[in-house]
Every structure is written in structure tokens, then in C-alpha cells.
Design a protein around this ligand. Sequence first.
Ligand code: GTP
Length: 149
Amino acid sequence: MNFMAKNYVLIPNVIRLMFDNEDCGAREDVMRWADGYVLVYSIVSRKSFNLLQEVQKKVEEFKKGSNVPIVILANKADLEHMRQVTSEEGQTFAISLGCPFIELSASEDVSDVTDAFHALCRDIVEYKRRSRTFFDRVFGAFGREKVSS
Ligand SMILES: Nc1nc2c(ncn2[C@@H]2O[C@H](COP(=O)(O)OP(=O)(O)OP(=O)(O)O)[C@@H](O)[C@H]2O)c(=O)[nH]1
């Protein structure tokens, strides 16, 4: 998936991390360099929702409270009869982080998943634009001119 916006072409490198246990060891470097995160839990698993909150704390720790882009995905919405986590709980969590919340069924409509990644890409572009420093803006452009000449 390519995502273009003004001065950026974003080529997402999607790495799937599973947090089924407490050991984050080898994944820590990946979590550190990521530009954004899609955090997924299953509405039929209270455990996955609880774990997600732990993962979010790790993200905050690695990114030093920099409000890095996150999208919360609540998967398996087709299994309503087995639901363990209410939509409100997911929504409240997302609101507390100030990030988008999408409840979906990956098995019923994959386009919702694509939309979620697009939303994240848009947030990453905006985040990078906002976090460019004065020196990046002035000398970044100057540096590029030198390289291309
Ligand atoms: N009904 C339903 N099943 C799903 C959905 N998304 C994934 N699954 C199924 O859940 C199972 C696990 O999917 P995986 O993609 O392996 O995900 P995982 O992270 O290993 O998740 P879990 O095994 O559920 O902890 C597979 O059988 C998928 O087909 C969904 O939206 N609805």
C-alpha cells in the first residue's frame, strides 16, 4: 500500500507483533522505530483487550509520551453473541488516547481494515509534518538541494 500526501510518499512496513505473553524482548527495537501503531484486540476476548492496554503503555514508554499515531481496532465484530468487550469500553479507551477507534470484522469486510491503515497513514503524515523542527524545515530542504545537484 502506498500513501501519497504533499511531500511524502509513505510505504508502510507492516510488522505484526503478537503479545500473548509478557515477554516483549526482541520486539522492543521494532516498537521503538515504528512511526505508528494499529493496536488490535478481539471483542470476544477480554484478555486481548486487557493486554492491549499493557501494549499501549509500552508504546508510551518507548515513544516518551510524544503522542505517536495509534489506531485502535476491535476485531471479530461479527461474533456479537460471544462479545466480552463492549463498544463503549473500546471507545472510551480510544478517547483517552485521542486516537481513532474502529470496530470491524476482518473476516466479513477487509476494506474496513484497509480504511484503518489509511487513517493511520494520514495521522503519521500529519504527525511528521508537525514534528519537523525549524532546522529540519530550513536545512532539510537545503540539504536535499545539495544532494540532487
Ligand atoms: N469470526 C471471525 N473470525 C476471525 C476474524 N478475524 C480473524 N478471525 C479468525 O480468528 C482466527 C485467528 O486469526 P489470526 O489471524 O491467526 O489472529 P491471531 O492474532 O492469531 O488471533 P487469535 O488466535 O484469535 O488470538 C482465525 O481462525 C481467523 O480466521 C473476524 O473478524 N471474525
